[in-house]
Design a binder for this molecule. Structure first.
Ligand code: FUB
Length: 340
């Protein structure tokens, strides 16, 4: 009898723990049959139970997958500088089929899943090719690699498990000029698959562009530099009809804004088209992620308006948001107003 009571008590405790863990403040929440958490989008920011940053959307098989870095609080964060404002040890994945109900897939990759990396899950992007999902990431390299590097992991599923595809960085610090940002300039990869070609673009302070081989895990030829006004970081490539778009975080007054350029070919020439957004509320950084889904276009970005567990939003405690993106008759993106 005592044993049965203990089992019942244990089960009750487990169930109530599951229930409380599944509730996002400000959003309805339920369990799916396979126990993944779901929540309903009721306005920005999208995710309310964690700080999230650097959104990277991908559409596959009628579902939108959103990959983000998990910004985490640590004591001393508010007086840190030089990149130490960020404490990001994993990438998370969320998905939806209607932009309203989201499924939380949890952590899908960590920088330390790359044996040669030591941490720092900075901006990333996932793309699908021939049934494989390639996760291009920013990480901090360990010996013998110094500085930030671009890694690539691969999976048969959009939600992982992802494994290091090549056992070394795809881009390491020695492969590029250090430019304005030294050891930290090889960050923020974005990939565009265009017919039989694939392009990799990345960089902080300098915007680098290179072709990828068909295997998606080797650079093909020279690394070029794209000259863009006020370029800082966070490039995002996409294409509509015959126009190529390179959207990026540019330096504005006291913080980053999103700007973009267009070109008739990935070889350029790139024409600057000005700002797509102003600065993000309460955040020095902003980071674009653009995708078409169910007949509409969306701009994902982050701000820092969320307060969580008594910690206010900050440079290293950001929140991913989404707003509708529209084009004018000439194919130019119409400035996006950031909404709550
Ligand atoms: O999240 C860390 C860094 O901040 C990213 O790599 C940049 O794009 C900026 O958002």
């Amino acid at each position: 009898m005592q044993k049965i009571s203990a089992i019942i008590l244990g089960l009750t405790a487990m169930l109530s723990a599951c229930g409380s863990g599944n509730t996002q403040k400000g959003a309805e929440s339920t369990d799916t049959a396979d126990t993944l958490k779901t929540f309903v989008f009721n306005g920005n920011p999208i995710v309310r139970d964690k700080f999230t940053a650097d959104p990277a959307p991908m559409v596959h098989d009628g579902r939108l997958y959103l990959y983000v870095g998990h910004d985490e609080f640590y004591e001393g964060q508010d007086s840190a500088s030089g990149g130490k404002e960020f404490n990001i040890t994993e990438w998370l994945c969320y998905s939806t089929d209607d932009m309203k109900t989201w499924t939380d897939h949890g952590s899908v990759l960590r920088p330390t899943d790359f044996e040669w990396a030591v941490g720092e899950a900075w901006a990333s992007q996932v793309v699908e090719k021939d049934g494989k999902f390639y996760y291009y990431t920013t990480v901090q390299g360990g010996e013998p690699y110094v500085g930030k590097a671009v890694g690539v992991a691969v999976s048969d599923s959009p939600t992982g498990p992802f494994v290091d595809a090549i056992g070394r960085p795809l881009v390491s610090d020695d492969m590029t000029d250090n430019g304005k940002r030294g050891w930290w300039n090889d960050i923020d990869p974005t990939v565009l698959i265009d017919g039989d070609d694939a392009w990799l673009c990345w960089g902080n302070g300098t915007c680098f562009l290179a072709k990828l081989k068909l295997n998606m895990v080797e650079i093909d030829g020279e690394i070029e530099v794209v000259d863009l006004p006020k370029y800082v970081e966070g490039p995002w490539l996409h294409k509509v009809n015959d126009t190529y778009y390179l959207t990026y975080a540019s330096i504005g007054k006291g913080g980053e804004t999103i700007a973009y350029a267009t070109a008739p070919s990935m070889k350029g020439p790139w024409t600057p088209r000005g700002e797509l957004t102003g600065a993000a509320e309460n955040s020095f950084t902003i980071h674009p992620g653009i995708v078409e889904f169910n007949g509409a276009w969306y701009l994902f970005y982050h701000n820092a308006v969320l307060e969580l567990d008594g910690h206010k939003g900050a440079i290293g405690r950001r929140s991913v948001c989404v707003d509708t993106l529209r084009y004018d008759a000439d194919g130019l993106m119409i400035p996006v107003v950031q909404t709550r």
